[in-house]
Design a protein around this ligand. Structure first.
Ligand SMILES: [Zn+2]
Length: 316
């Protein structure tokens, strides 16, 4: 999936349809079929579009399992095949609800909330949300490179409280997980878990995501030193240790405030997020940021389109 608002504006789904899809299974199935196939039902086995909806011979109603059949390869399939929905039998109306809430709640939605509203078990709600996060995360090779002025900053997320105090340690040298944020001013953001905050690690991530014509802005962290030679727009730093927060348009506030939103979201909604899952939560937060100019229906639709072509095999 490519999250690029101008090129890939999701076909505007009327937001009014979504509540019906959240409580009525046939409506949910048709909603997902429209979103995932975009009007062109496709056989997942042979890619043929020569397919038809199966109907029950007695009632003339749609097949109870919502099956389709391919005229060419004769295989049967549903809209779930080849998507993040494939590995589950959870009704699609619950998927619709979870996609909608995850795409439209500013700080995300918790598995507890999904459990309460759908009556699913907590593990099932968690299962849904992990796959939705996966759907929201673009493939790294298709994400457009950032350009213009690009802010880079690192932060630490999570970690265990100091023994006995319940107080979270701050800053470097703790058990917290380092996260690098790269944000194009007025554009997209990408945040990722990094192994460490060495110059080599941070710079290689920046090279991967940022066009070499860009201008880089960071704080005075020495790890970023030398980026000016690699990027045509140069590298400017703001000196936080001297209490300097902005000099002209040299600031990293966009990246910093994006971290603040994540931290509030992770403590308020998700409580403890394990290190191994953190990248998925970052993908979810990035998705909402990068689609901030879309309306709620368009954003939900784009998230669902991202479910296509992805299957997530996860260990419990
Ligand atoms: Zn086929």
């Amino acid at each position: 999936m490519r999250v690029n608002e101008s090129e890939n504006l999701a076909k505007s789904e009327s937001i009014g349809e979504i509540p019906l899809a959240c409580c009525d299974e046939p409506a949910a199935v048709e909603f997902f079929e429209r979103q995932i196939w975009q009007g062109k039902p496709l056989c997942p086995h042979c890619q043929s579009t020569n397919v038809y909806k199966m109907v029950d011979a007695k009632t003339g109603q749609r097949n109870k399992r919502y099956l389709w059949r391919c005229h060419d390869c004769k295989e049967q399939f549903t809209v779930r095949i080849g998507t993040v929905l494939e590995e589950s039998r959870i009704p699609l109306r619950h998927w619709a609800y979870a996609f909608w809430r995850a795409a439209t709640s500013k700080k995300g939605v918790s598995a507890m909330e999904i459990k309460r509203q759908t009556q699913l078990s907590y593990p099932s709600a968690l299962f849904l949300l992990h796959r939705i996060r996966f759907a929201m995360t673009p493939e790294p090779e298709t994400a457009p490179k950032m350009t213009g002025t690009v802010e880079c900053d690192e932060t630490y997320v999570g970690g265990k409280p100091r023994p006995g105090t319940g107080v979270h340690k701050r800053g470097r040298g703790t058990s917290k997980t380092p996260v690098l944020g790269i944000v194009q001013r007025d554009g997209n953001i990408h945040r990722r878990v990094v192994a460490d905050v060495s110059a080599a690690t941070l710079k290689s991530a920046i090279r991967e995501c940022v066009d070499n014509q860009a201008r880089i802005v960071t704080d005075e962290n020495l790890a970023y030193r030398g980026l000016g030679k690699e990027f045509a727009g140069g590298h400017q730093t703001v000196n936080h240790s001297n209490r300097e927060y902005a000099r002209g348009d040299v600031w990293t506030n966009t990246a910093e405030s994006s971290f603040a939103l994540i931290k509030r979201g992770l403590t308020g909604i998700y409580h403890a997020v394990s290190k191994e899952h953190l990248h998925r939560y970052l993908g979810e937060f990035d998705f909402r940021w990068n689609t901030r100019r879309l309306n709620d229906g368009e954003r939900t639709s784009l998230a669902i389109q991202g479910a296509s072509g992805k299957r997530l095999i996860m260990q419990p």
